[in-house]
Write a protein that binds this ligand. Sequence first.
Ligand code: PHE
Length: 370
Amino acid sequence: MNLAPWQVELDAARDLWADRVALCSNLAELRSVQVDALGKNGAVTALVRRIGEVANADKRAYGQASAALKLVCETAIADKQTALELAEVAAELADDTFDVTLPPAAVLAQKPRAPGQSGGQSGGQSGGQSGGQQLGHLHPLCRVQTDVEAVFTSMGFAVLDYPEVESEFNNFESLNIPGWHPARDMQDTFWLDNGLLLRTHTSSGQVRAMHTFAPPFRAIFAGKVFRYEATDASHEHTFHQLEGLLIDRVVSVGHLLDSMRTLLSAILRRDVQVRLRPGYFPFVEPGFELDLQCQLCAGAGCSACKQSGWLELLPCGLVHPQVLRAGGLDPAQWQGWAFGLGLSRLAMMRYGIGDVRHLLSGDARFLAQF
Ligand code: PHE
């Protein structure tokens, strides 16, 4: 019996694709054979579609034969896929390298700590005894910064980020601290070979912010600052500050003071007493030191506050007209207040840390306590 030409063609296609599937040695190859045969423009798909061109008498037979061809291909590909997947697993099992990134069962079983629950100073809470890996968590500085940012965002402040490597202009001159000014001694500076410097305070962002926003605006910007000085329990060459800047038509010391009290109460989670003392900074006039009533002795006097009942925490003041000018603002039209919060010191007070050098030590025994 002679076969119709289409029948010969379908048989040949079946052999061809059976061979091509059999020759696949990995899943990617198989996938490409699948596309070539059964994809939208695949060869088998084209054969199935060709029924329109077949003589009426043959249509039924052709339909059945081409559907059978398609099914044979699909089955062969599915079988081959299973075989290749099994082979891959077998190869992985035969390879005795070990996935060190997989956490041990003890860690997977640990529960995260409830928010707001702070670690004690005396020992890690997670993982230690189980022998498992410890879960990571935010650094205490990062937590304090996030909290301060949340308070200020709720008061409409933008959160900005400025470079640690700065120009002399942004760090000093724009802030009314010319080269000969004695205030430069207060901030011994790390100079870079290219004439730039490591910012000595976050105030370096003040004129940047004035150039970024059209007034009125309010913004905070936190980050590392650097001072070339000897280190001890309360001094570190690298520490963290958070700067706040508000520019408006009319601003007052009262508004500044109230904003600071709101901030500190929110961070320390209780009502706090603050007081202002005159403080000198060339970029504010008037300038203040804002003191926080000692949280340990409630103002009675103790060793932490050197018997004074107060802790110096927050230098601040009204933005000096020269600084407004450097930021392109007319002091006859605009006023502002600014503060520079010592984030490192605030973290120390909040968590009862006695030595600032712990903060950036990277010592896991210290960090595990928070
Ligand atoms: N930049 C000052 C410092 O680092 C602090 C400060 C900021 C003072 C803003 C007044 C206003 O000491």
